[in-house]
Design a protein around this ligand. Sequence first.
Ligand SMILES: *[C@@H]1O[C@H](CO)[C@@H](O)[C@H](O)[C@H]1NC(C)=O
Ligand SMILES: *[C@@H]1O[C@H](CO)[C@@H](O)[C@H](O)[C@H]1NC(C)=O
Ligand SMILES: *[C@@H]1O[C@H](CO)[C@@H](O)[C@H](O)[C@H]1NC(C)=O
Ligand SMILES: *[C@@H]1O[C@H](CO)[C@@H](O)[C@H](O)[C@H]1NC(C)=O
Ligand SMILES: *[C@@H]1O[C@H](CO)[C@@H](O)[C@H](O)[C@H]1NC(C)=O
Ligand SMILES: *[C@@H]1O[C@H](CO)[C@@H](O)[C@H](O)[C@H]1NC(C)=O
Length: 565
Amino acid sequence: MGRGRSLPRAAALRLAGLLCTAGILLGPGAAATGMGEGFRRPSGDGMNVLFIVSDDLRPALGCYGDLVVKSPNIDQLASRSVVFQNAFAQQAVCAPSRVSFLTGRRPDTTRLYDVHSYWRVHAGNYSTLPQYFKENGYTTMSVGKVFHPGISSNHSDDYPYSWSVPPFHPSSEKYENTKVCKGKDGQLHANLLCPVDVAEMPEGTLPDIQSTEEAIRLLKMMKENNSKFFLAVGYHKPHIPFRYPQEFLKLYPMESITLAPDPDVPKGLPSVAYNPWTDIRHRDDVQALNISFPYGPIPEDFQRQIRQNYFASVSYLDMLVGKLLNALDDTGFSNNTIVVFTADHGWSLGEHGEWAKYSNFDIATRVPLMFYVPGMTAPLSHPRDRLFPFIDLFAQVSKPLPQGEPKEMVELVSLFPTLAELAGLSVPPPCPKTSFRISLCTEGQSMVRYFPSAKGGHESSDDEGKPHRPPIAFSQYPRPSDTPQLNSDLPLLKDIRVMGYSMRTAYYRCTLWLGFNPSNFSVDWNDVHAGELYFAESDPNQDHNIYRSKTHGHLTKKLCRILEH
Ligand SMILES: *[C@@H]1O[C@H](CO)[C@@H](O)[C@H](O)[C@H]1NC(C)=O
Ligand SMILES: *[C@@H]1O[C@H](CO)[C@@H](O)[C@H](O)[C@H]1NC(C)=O
Ligand SMILES: *[C@@H]1O[C@H](CO)[C@@H](O)[C@H](O)[C@H]1NC(C)=O
Ligand SMILES: *[C@@H]1O[C@H](CO)[C@@H](O)[C@H](O)[C@H]1NC(C)=O
Ligand SMILES: *[C@@H]1O[C@H](CO)[C@@H](O)[C@H](O)[C@H]1NC(C)=O
Ligand SMILES: *[C@@H]1O[C@H](CO)[C@@H](O)[C@H](O)[C@H]1NC(C)=O
């Protein structure tokens, strides 16, 4: 990855022939390949896209089997969608992950590991996913946090390249980190835990409420404009601070909240792998706890409160997603709009004694990912059918089942080719070994072949019958040193000394922490600072690192070798 050819690229090259055709869904095989009764083929071109991305959301959702979290509206979307069970972000922090999936390139190609550079200037003038839709005749619009704000998107969310109209940011966003949370002392603080009375907030609203209103306004406008659209809606929650309407706390009585199943820092965890959750520590209410750096721990009752507030923030997000999807019904777009729901990365809620993202563990890299494709993942509806009626979270609801649950390991870097294929646009070609000078190519590969209704046709047409390798998801995370420092969570490029390259297969996760030189982006594969190996079946929470285990010694080398390519 850092140096030579990466496997995903190699595999992508093999798939090149398969992917290049526009409107592959319309191929002669499609009708005969399991699109059941009532399923008509999507019209390919003509489909709009509603791209919903949440911030720091691990798959803590009913449709992913979470028994605590109440998310009936996202579950309802899932019931009409293909829901990927094993989708992973390429780096578990906002800007690098977003720039990666929005350009379809890995962090080693965007060269963005922190939040301080703009890829067009710093790495290469790569086209983006929305830009590609824009250049193919779509009206592209951004609402809320889609690109990470700041220099990583040139202070403009990459406008005008990516968007037809200037991106929308909610005006109340500026209060996120100000003292607006009422503490036990009756004073206002900049707290981590911040359930609020919305009417008492500055401007009487919250950022995600404003973004939902704007997105609905744009949907109504597009009804008049008669143009295909790509509408990206970026929600701020459940990112910290947990500032959300306080009624959602009622959904999670404290008695029902447990600690993480593995709340201690595992004995075999290399210190370079550990993230010391510094952004959590900075909040007023956490500072008052006087928690020791770097390992804590956070007092148990406060751990439970963090989990409770995270879940309540997810339910608040679910309510807003419900309103947005309801508006898709209202505007008559439910039958010709592809809906994607995902997140930029996951979040640790005390697992391994860690909080927040900033690591290579599944808990930080795994994300929800679902695609609703009219006529493909659900039957084409009649105009007056309501596919997404709003569901009241405070009423008892039964959980509908997802339409398909591919278990293959997939990566967010593949969103770009997947959406291109679903919309009937030609799929960007796979990137060659080095692609800094190429504006349009992708390091991902379309996931459409894993869609249950698309299967047979695509697999049989796989290039000259060669079996393709089982899919692997790659992630990476940089560190400034081998032991946790104040900047370990998000080191500046110039401070990076170690890069953790990680691969997740169906059977295991292997991570190698390697010497890294930020002046020329070189990785020294002979300079192994630490390694991690976890088997998925016997150790799903990744608490027992067997990288150095004598019984597995030779196996380790073999299993992790793929990373080197
Ligand atoms: C970068 O790409 C954009 C659009 O793809 C193009 O308009 C612009 O001129 C390019 N910039 C450079 C410096 O090549
Ligand atoms: C970034 O934004 C600045 C200020 O608007 C602009 O002058 C510059 O051309 C932009 N960079 C690119 C690569 O478009
Ligand atoms: C939609 O059409 C209206 C009226 O023509 C125009 O003002 C607006 O800019 C258009 N919106 C987009 C996103 O193209
Ligand atoms: C915070 O904890 C340190 C030891 O970890 C202790 O020395 C110090 O007195 C504590 N401060 C407060 C305000 O409790
Ligand atoms: C979707 O519904 C609209 C009416 O709301 C109808 O005009 C259109 O033909 C339908 N599209 C498809 C693909 O069924
Ligand atoms: C990167 O720079 C370091 C020291 O500046 C040097 O030792 C190393 O060989 C360089 N690597 C490459 C691939 O150029």
